[in-house]
Ligand binder design. Structure first.
Ligand SMILES: NC(=O)c1ccc[n+]([C@@H]2O[C@H](COP(=O)([O-])OP(=O)(O)OC[C@H]3O[C@@H](n4cnc5c(N)ncnc54)[C@H](OP(=O)(O)O)[C@@H]3O)[C@@H](O)[C@H]2O)c1
Length: 353
Protein backbone atom coordinates (compact mmCIF):
# COMPACT_ATOMS: atom_id res chain seq x y z
CA UNK A 1 0.00 0.00 0.00
CA UNK A 2 1.29 3.40 -0.94
CA UNK A 3 1.76 5.57 2.15
CA UNK A 4 -0.57 8.21 0.77
CA UNK A 5 -3.35 5.63 0.19
CA UNK A 6 -3.23 4.31 3.75
CA UNK A 7 -6.08 5.21 6.07
CA UNK A 8 -4.74 7.30 8.94
CA UNK A 9 -6.13 6.63 12.40
CA UNK A 10 -5.32 9.39 14.89
CA UNK A 11 -4.68 8.18 18.44
CA UNK A 12 -4.68 10.20 21.67
CA UNK A 13 -2.78 8.42 24.42
CA UNK A 14 -3.81 9.07 28.03
CA UNK A 15 -1.25 7.39 30.32
CA UNK A 16 2.35 6.72 29.32
CA UNK A 17 3.54 4.17 31.87
CA UNK A 18 4.51 0.51 31.35
CA UNK A 19 1.62 -0.24 29.00
CA UNK A 20 1.61 3.14 27.22
CA UNK A 21 5.30 2.81 26.37
CA UNK A 22 4.92 -0.85 25.36
CA UNK A 23 2.03 0.16 23.09
CA UNK A 24 3.94 2.93 21.30
CA UNK A 25 6.87 0.51 20.87
CA UNK A 26 4.57 -2.18 19.40
CA UNK A 27 2.89 0.38 17.11
CA UNK A 28 6.40 1.27 15.86
CA UNK A 29 7.40 -2.37 15.34
CA UNK A 30 4.18 -3.15 13.46
CA UNK A 31 3.98 0.12 11.49
CA UNK A 32 5.05 -1.27 8.10
CA UNK A 33 3.03 -4.46 8.61
CA UNK A 34 -0.15 -2.53 9.45
CA UNK A 35 0.27 -0.48 6.27
CA UNK A 36 0.93 -3.54 4.12
CA UNK A 37 -1.78 -5.79 5.57
CA UNK A 38 -4.55 -3.35 6.42
CA UNK A 39 -3.71 -0.12 4.62
CA UNK A 40 -3.64 1.41 8.10
CA UNK A 41 -1.33 4.09 9.43
CA UNK A 42 -1.37 5.01 13.13
CA UNK A 43 -0.30 8.45 14.32
CA UNK A 44 -0.29 9.99 17.80
CA UNK A 45 -1.99 13.39 17.98
CA UNK A 46 -1.33 13.75 21.70
CA UNK A 47 0.00 12.09 24.83
CA UNK A 48 -0.82 13.02 28.43
CA UNK A 49 0.57 11.74 31.71
CA UNK A 50 0.34 13.16 35.23
CA UNK A 51 3.64 14.89 34.60
CA UNK A 52 2.35 16.79 31.53
CA UNK A 53 1.52 16.29 27.88
CA UNK A 54 1.28 17.67 24.37
CA UNK A 55 -0.88 17.84 21.24
CA UNK A 56 0.12 17.67 17.59
CA UNK A 57 -2.85 18.05 15.20
CA UNK A 58 -1.13 16.39 12.21
CA UNK A 59 0.09 13.51 14.37
CA UNK A 60 3.47 11.97 15.14
CA UNK A 61 4.43 8.57 13.68
CA UNK A 62 5.20 5.89 16.31
CA UNK A 63 8.91 5.79 15.41
CA UNK A 64 9.15 9.60 15.62
CA UNK A 65 7.42 9.56 19.01
CA UNK A 66 9.98 7.10 20.34
CA UNK A 67 12.87 8.92 18.70
CA UNK A 68 11.72 12.22 20.19
CA UNK A 69 12.68 10.90 23.65
CA UNK A 70 9.67 12.85 24.96
CA UNK A 71 9.81 14.04 28.51
CA UNK A 72 7.74 16.83 30.08
CA UNK A 73 10.49 19.28 29.23
CA UNK A 74 11.20 18.13 25.65
CA UNK A 75 8.27 17.77 23.22
CA UNK A 76 8.24 16.08 19.80
CA UNK A 77 8.90 18.53 16.93
CA UNK A 78 5.78 20.56 16.09
CA UNK A 79 3.92 19.64 19.29
CA UNK A 80 2.41 22.14 21.71
CA UNK A 81 2.22 21.57 25.45
CA UNK A 82 -1.18 20.60 26.88
CA UNK A 83 -2.04 22.02 30.28
CA UNK A 84 -5.52 20.60 31.03
CA UNK A 85 -6.53 17.47 32.93
CA UNK A 86 -7.36 14.01 31.58
CA UNK A 87 -11.02 14.73 30.84
CA UNK A 88 -10.08 17.95 28.97
CA UNK A 89 -7.52 15.99 26.97
CA UNK A 90 -10.02 13.22 26.14
CA UNK A 91 -12.52 15.81 24.91
CA UNK A 92 -10.13 18.15 23.11
CA UNK A 93 -7.23 16.17 21.65
CA UNK A 94 -7.89 15.94 17.88
CA UNK A 95 -8.13 12.14 17.59
CA UNK A 96 -10.30 9.31 16.25
CA UNK A 97 -9.49 7.04 19.21
CA UNK A 98 -8.68 7.73 22.85
CA UNK A 99 -6.38 5.08 24.32
CA UNK A 100 -6.96 5.15 28.11
CA UNK A 101 -4.03 3.63 30.01
CA UNK A 102 -4.00 5.48 33.33
CA UNK A 103 -3.63 3.91 36.77
CA UNK A 104 -6.45 1.71 38.07
CA UNK A 105 -8.46 3.06 41.00
CA UNK A 106 -10.35 -0.12 41.95
CA UNK A 107 -12.93 1.27 44.39
CA UNK A 108 -14.37 4.06 42.21
CA UNK A 109 -12.94 3.59 38.70
CA UNK A 110 -12.13 7.34 38.60
CA UNK A 111 -10.80 9.46 37.00
CA UNK A 112 -10.55 6.92 34.16
CA UNK A 113 -14.35 6.66 33.84
CA UNK A 114 -14.57 10.44 33.37
CA UNK A 115 -11.83 10.23 30.72
CA UNK A 116 -13.73 7.55 28.81
CA UNK A 117 -17.03 9.42 29.15
CA UNK A 118 -15.52 12.68 27.85
CA UNK A 119 -14.02 10.95 24.80
CA UNK A 120 -17.23 9.08 23.90
CA UNK A 121 -19.32 12.23 24.33
CA UNK A 122 -16.93 14.01 21.92
CA UNK A 123 -17.55 11.27 19.33
CA UNK A 124 -14.24 9.44 19.75
CA UNK A 125 -13.79 5.68 19.89
CA UNK A 126 -12.19 4.44 23.12
CA UNK A 127 -9.76 1.60 23.81
CA UNK A 128 -8.83 0.99 27.43
CA UNK A 129 -6.81 -1.52 29.46
CA UNK A 130 -8.13 0.06 32.66
CA UNK A 131 -10.63 -2.18 34.48
CA UNK A 132 -12.13 0.70 36.49
CA UNK A 133 -14.53 2.11 33.89
CA UNK A 134 -15.81 -1.35 32.85
CA UNK A 135 -16.22 -2.58 36.45
CA UNK A 136 -18.00 0.57 37.62
CA UNK A 137 -19.84 2.06 34.65
CA UNK A 138 -20.02 -0.43 31.77
CA UNK A 139 -23.74 -0.10 31.01
CA UNK A 140 -23.72 3.70 31.05
CA UNK A 141 -20.58 3.87 28.89
CA UNK A 142 -21.91 1.27 26.45
CA UNK A 143 -25.10 3.35 26.06
CA UNK A 144 -23.07 6.54 25.58
CA UNK A 145 -20.91 4.88 22.90
CA UNK A 146 -24.04 3.66 21.08
CA UNK A 147 -25.61 7.11 21.28
CA UNK A 148 -22.56 8.64 19.59
CA UNK A 149 -22.02 5.80 17.10
CA UNK A 150 -18.52 4.97 18.38
CA UNK A 151 -16.80 1.89 19.78
CA UNK A 152 -15.75 1.10 23.35
CA UNK A 153 -13.19 -1.74 23.42
CA UNK A 154 -11.33 -3.17 26.43
CA UNK A 155 -9.68 -6.51 25.55
CA UNK A 156 -6.67 -5.89 27.81
CA UNK A 157 -8.66 -5.27 31.00
CA UNK A 158 -8.53 -9.00 31.88
CA UNK A 159 -5.66 -11.45 31.19
CA UNK A 160 -3.64 -8.92 29.19
CA UNK A 161 -4.17 -9.42 25.45
CA UNK A 162 -5.53 -12.97 25.67
CA UNK A 163 -8.58 -12.71 23.38
CA UNK A 164 -11.58 -13.15 25.67
CA UNK A 165 -13.95 -10.33 24.73
CA UNK A 166 -12.91 -10.39 21.08
CA UNK A 167 -13.34 -14.19 21.05
CA UNK A 168 -16.87 -13.83 22.43
CA UNK A 169 -17.77 -11.02 20.04
CA UNK A 170 -16.22 -12.18 16.79
CA UNK A 171 -15.91 -15.96 16.94
CA UNK A 172 -18.69 -17.22 19.23
CA UNK A 173 -21.75 -15.86 17.38
CA UNK A 174 -25.23 -16.65 18.73
CA UNK A 175 -23.59 -18.14 21.83
CA UNK A 176 -24.60 -17.57 25.43
CA UNK A 177 -21.82 -17.69 28.01
CA UNK A 178 -23.48 -19.23 31.04
CA UNK A 179 -20.53 -19.11 33.44
CA UNK A 180 -16.76 -18.91 33.70
CA UNK A 181 -13.89 -19.56 36.06
CA UNK A 182 -10.16 -18.91 36.21
CA UNK A 183 -7.20 -18.18 38.49
CA UNK A 184 -6.98 -14.51 37.45
CA UNK A 185 -4.67 -13.00 40.09
CA UNK A 186 -1.01 -13.49 39.16
CA UNK A 187 0.34 -12.74 42.62
CA UNK A 188 -1.84 -15.40 44.26
CA UNK A 189 -0.92 -17.92 41.55
CA UNK A 190 2.76 -17.20 42.06
CA UNK A 191 2.70 -17.20 45.89
CA UNK A 192 0.70 -20.46 46.09
CA UNK A 193 2.99 -22.08 43.53
CA UNK A 194 6.14 -21.14 45.45
CA UNK A 195 4.65 -22.11 48.86
CA UNK A 196 3.85 -25.50 47.36
CA UNK A 197 7.56 -25.76 46.48
CA UNK A 198 8.40 -25.13 50.13
CA UNK A 199 9.12 -21.38 50.11
CA UNK A 200 7.88 -19.25 52.99
CA UNK A 201 4.96 -17.00 52.17
CA UNK A 202 7.04 -13.89 52.99
CA UNK A 203 9.79 -14.88 50.54
CA UNK A 204 7.22 -15.60 47.81
CA UNK A 205 5.60 -12.18 48.29
CA UNK A 206 8.97 -10.40 48.20
CA UNK A 207 9.83 -12.25 44.97
CA UNK A 208 6.40 -11.40 43.43
CA UNK A 209 7.11 -7.73 44.18
CA UNK A 210 10.59 -7.98 42.67
CA UNK A 211 9.07 -9.46 39.48
CA UNK A 212 6.67 -6.50 39.29
CA UNK A 213 3.50 -8.63 39.50
CA UNK A 214 2.40 -7.81 43.07
CA UNK A 215 0.62 -4.62 44.05
CA UNK A 216 2.48 -2.46 46.57
CA UNK A 217 -0.03 -3.73 49.14
CA UNK A 218 -0.15 -7.53 48.65
CA UNK A 219 -3.43 -7.73 50.60
CA UNK A 220 -5.13 -6.25 47.53
CA UNK A 221 -4.10 -9.40 45.61
CA UNK A 222 -4.30 -12.02 48.39
CA UNK A 223 -7.61 -10.72 49.82
CA UNK A 224 -9.21 -11.04 46.39
CA UNK A 225 -9.87 -7.40 45.48
CA UNK A 226 -7.95 -7.53 42.20
CA UNK A 227 -9.81 -10.71 41.26
CA UNK A 228 -13.15 -9.17 42.33
CA UNK A 229 -12.63 -6.26 39.93
CA UNK A 230 -11.81 -8.72 37.12
CA UNK A 231 -14.84 -10.87 38.01
CA UNK A 232 -17.03 -7.78 37.77
CA UNK A 233 -15.70 -6.86 34.32
CA UNK A 234 -16.22 -10.41 33.03
CA UNK A 235 -19.70 -10.76 34.57
CA UNK A 236 -20.91 -7.38 33.33
CA UNK A 237 -19.70 -7.91 29.77
CA UNK A 238 -19.99 -11.65 29.12
CA UNK A 239 -23.06 -12.42 31.27
CA UNK A 240 -24.70 -9.03 30.69
CA UNK A 241 -25.25 -8.11 34.30
CA UNK A 242 -24.52 -5.00 36.38
CA UNK A 243 -22.37 -5.95 39.38
CA UNK A 244 -19.84 -3.80 41.25
CA UNK A 245 -16.62 -5.20 42.81
CA UNK A 246 -18.25 -4.87 46.26
CA UNK A 247 -20.97 -7.36 45.11
CA UNK A 248 -18.43 -10.15 44.55
CA UNK A 249 -18.35 -12.71 47.39
CA UNK A 250 -14.77 -13.11 48.68
CA UNK A 251 -14.60 -16.33 50.68
CA UNK A 252 -11.85 -17.76 52.90
CA UNK A 253 -9.08 -15.58 51.43
CA UNK A 254 -6.12 -13.67 52.84
CA UNK A 255 -2.49 -14.52 53.56
CA UNK A 256 -3.33 -16.57 56.68
CA UNK A 257 -5.77 -18.83 54.78
CA UNK A 258 -3.15 -20.11 52.32
CA UNK A 259 -0.98 -22.40 54.48
CA UNK A 260 -3.92 -24.33 56.06
CA UNK A 261 -5.56 -24.73 52.65
CA UNK A 262 -2.30 -26.06 51.19
CA UNK A 263 -1.89 -28.44 54.15
CA UNK A 264 -5.41 -29.81 53.57
CA UNK A 265 -4.90 -30.26 49.81
CA UNK A 266 -5.52 -33.84 48.57
CA UNK A 267 -2.61 -35.54 46.76
CA UNK A 268 -2.37 -34.47 43.10
CA UNK A 269 -4.69 -31.49 43.51
CA UNK A 270 -3.70 -27.85 42.84
CA UNK A 271 -4.71 -24.91 45.02
CA UNK A 272 -5.73 -21.73 43.16
CA UNK A 273 -7.41 -18.45 44.01
CA UNK A 274 -10.32 -18.79 41.58
CA UNK A 275 -12.76 -16.33 40.09
CA UNK A 276 -16.12 -18.03 39.48
CA UNK A 277 -19.10 -16.42 37.76
CA UNK A 278 -22.36 -18.27 37.17
CA UNK A 279 -26.01 -17.64 36.42
CA UNK A 280 -28.32 -19.48 38.83
CA UNK A 281 -31.71 -21.02 38.03
CA UNK A 282 -33.49 -17.74 38.80
CA UNK A 283 -31.32 -15.93 36.22
CA UNK A 284 -29.30 -14.00 38.81
CA UNK A 285 -25.53 -13.77 38.23
CA UNK A 286 -23.30 -14.60 41.18
CA UNK A 287 -19.55 -13.91 41.28
CA UNK A 288 -17.15 -15.39 43.83
CA UNK A 289 -13.42 -15.31 44.59
CA UNK A 290 -12.23 -18.24 46.75
CA UNK A 291 -9.35 -20.67 47.25
CA UNK A 292 -10.29 -23.90 45.47
CA UNK A 293 -8.67 -27.33 45.25
CA UNK A 294 -8.62 -28.27 41.54
CA UNK A 295 -8.54 -32.01 40.74
CA UNK A 296 -5.75 -33.28 38.43
CA UNK A 297 -8.13 -33.57 35.45
CA UNK A 298 -9.08 -29.89 35.57
CA UNK A 299 -7.57 -28.04 32.56
CA UNK A 300 -6.60 -25.15 34.88
CA UNK A 301 -4.91 -27.37 37.50
CA UNK A 302 -1.57 -27.60 35.69
CA UNK A 303 -0.92 -23.87 35.36
CA UNK A 304 2.19 -22.98 37.30
CA UNK A 305 4.03 -19.86 38.36
CA UNK A 306 2.83 -16.91 36.34
CA UNK A 307 0.72 -18.90 33.89
CA UNK A 308 -2.97 -18.19 33.91
CA UNK A 309 -6.15 -18.94 31.99
CA UNK A 310 -9.92 -18.94 31.87
CA UNK A 311 -12.60 -21.51 31.16
CA UNK A 312 -15.88 -20.34 29.61
CA UNK A 313 -19.09 -22.40 29.84
CA UNK A 314 -21.06 -21.88 26.63
CA UNK A 315 -24.40 -23.14 25.29
CA UNK A 316 -22.90 -23.96 21.87
CA UNK A 317 -19.34 -25.23 22.39
CA UNK A 318 -19.48 -26.64 25.90
CA UNK A 319 -16.35 -25.55 27.74
CA UNK A 320 -13.86 -23.31 25.92
CA UNK A 321 -10.50 -22.88 27.69
CA UNK A 322 -7.89 -20.19 26.99
CA UNK A 323 -4.43 -20.37 28.55
CA UNK A 324 -1.76 -17.66 28.76
CA UNK A 325 1.95 -18.25 29.33
CA UNK A 326 3.57 -15.26 30.97
CA UNK A 327 1.70 -12.02 30.46
CA UNK A 328 2.98 -8.47 30.95
CA UNK A 329 2.94 -5.01 29.41
CA UNK A 330 3.90 -6.40 25.97
CA UNK A 331 0.86 -8.70 25.89
CA UNK A 332 -1.34 -5.92 27.28
CA UNK A 333 -0.10 -3.63 24.50
CA UNK A 334 -1.01 -6.32 21.96
CA UNK A 335 -4.61 -6.38 23.26
CA UNK A 336 -4.76 -2.60 22.85
CA UNK A 337 -3.44 -2.88 19.29
CA UNK A 338 -5.96 -5.65 18.49
CA UNK A 339 -8.76 -3.33 19.64
CA UNK A 340 -7.40 -0.46 17.54
CA UNK A 341 -7.28 -2.73 14.47
CA UNK A 342 -10.85 -3.94 15.17
CA UNK A 343 -12.00 -0.31 15.18
CA UNK A 344 -10.11 0.43 11.98
CA UNK A 345 -11.63 -2.60 10.25
CA UNK A 346 -15.16 -1.68 11.35
CA UNK A 347 -14.65 1.79 9.89
CA UNK A 348 -13.57 1.09 6.37
CA UNK A 349 -9.98 -0.08 6.64
CA UNK A 350 -9.26 -2.88 4.22
CA UNK A 351 -9.13 -6.37 5.75
CA UNK A 352 -6.33 -8.74 4.75
CA UNK A 353 -8.43 -11.86 5.27
N1 LIG B 1 0.96 -3.67 33.39
C1 LIG B 1 0.18 -4.61 32.83
O1 LIG B 1 0.65 -5.62 32.31
C2 LIG B 1 -1.33 -4.41 32.78
C3 LIG B 1 -2.14 -5.48 32.38
C4 LIG B 1 -3.52 -5.29 32.24
C5 LIG B 1 -4.06 -4.06 32.53
N2 LIG B 1 -3.27 -3.02 32.94
C6 LIG B 1 -3.87 -1.72 33.22
O2 LIG B 1 -3.35 -0.75 32.31
C7 LIG B 1 -3.30 0.52 32.94
C8 LIG B 1 -1.88 1.08 32.85
O3 LIG B 1 -0.98 0.21 33.51
P1 LIG B 1 0.58 0.55 33.63
O4 LIG B 1 1.23 -0.66 34.14
O5 LIG B 1 1.04 1.18 32.35
O6 LIG B 1 0.53 1.70 34.77
P2 LIG B 1 1.68 2.76 35.13
O7 LIG B 1 3.01 2.27 34.65
O8 LIG B 1 1.47 3.13 36.54
O9 LIG B 1 1.32 4.04 34.20
C9 LIG B 1 0.17 4.83 34.42
C10 LIG B 1 0.27 6.07 33.56
O10 LIG B 1 -0.94 6.83 33.73
C11 LIG B 1 -0.59 8.18 34.03
N3 LIG B 1 -1.69 8.73 34.84
C12 LIG B 1 -2.19 8.25 36.01
N4 LIG B 1 -3.21 9.00 36.43
C13 LIG B 1 -3.36 9.99 35.51
C14 LIG B 1 -4.25 11.09 35.38
N5 LIG B 1 -5.20 11.34 36.29
N6 LIG B 1 -4.11 11.90 34.29
C15 LIG B 1 -3.16 11.67 33.36
N7 LIG B 1 -2.29 10.63 33.43
C16 LIG B 1 -2.39 9.81 34.49
C17 LIG B 1 0.74 8.12 34.74
O11 LIG B 1 1.37 9.37 34.67
P3 LIG B 1 2.92 9.60 35.17
O12 LIG B 1 3.78 8.89 34.16
O13 LIG B 1 3.12 11.09 35.11
O14 LIG B 1 2.97 9.01 36.55
C18 LIG B 1 1.43 7.01 33.93
O15 LIG B 1 1.99 7.56 32.75
C19 LIG B 1 -3.76 0.32 34.39
O16 LIG B 1 -5.14 0.66 34.49
C20 LIG B 1 -3.56 -1.17 34.61
O17 LIG B 1 -4.45 -1.69 35.59
C21 LIG B 1 -1.92 -3.19 33.05
Amino acid sequence: VDKKDAKVLRLALLGYGNVGRAFTALAGEKDAELQARYGLRLVFTGVLRRGGGWRHPAGVAPADLQASGWTASRLPAGATAFAGDGADFAAQCPADVLIELTTLEPLTGEPATSHVRAALAAGRHVVTANKGPIAHAYRALRALAAEHGVALRFESTVLDGLPIFNLAEFTLPATRITGLRGPLNSTSNFVLDRMRMGWSQERAIVEARALGIAEANPAYDLDGWDAAVKATVLANVLLDTDLRPQDVAREGLGAEAMQPALAALPEGYALKQMVEVERDASGAVRATVALRALPPGDPLAHLSGMETGILLHTDTMGNVTLLEGEGGPGQTAFGVLADVIAIARAHGVRSDR
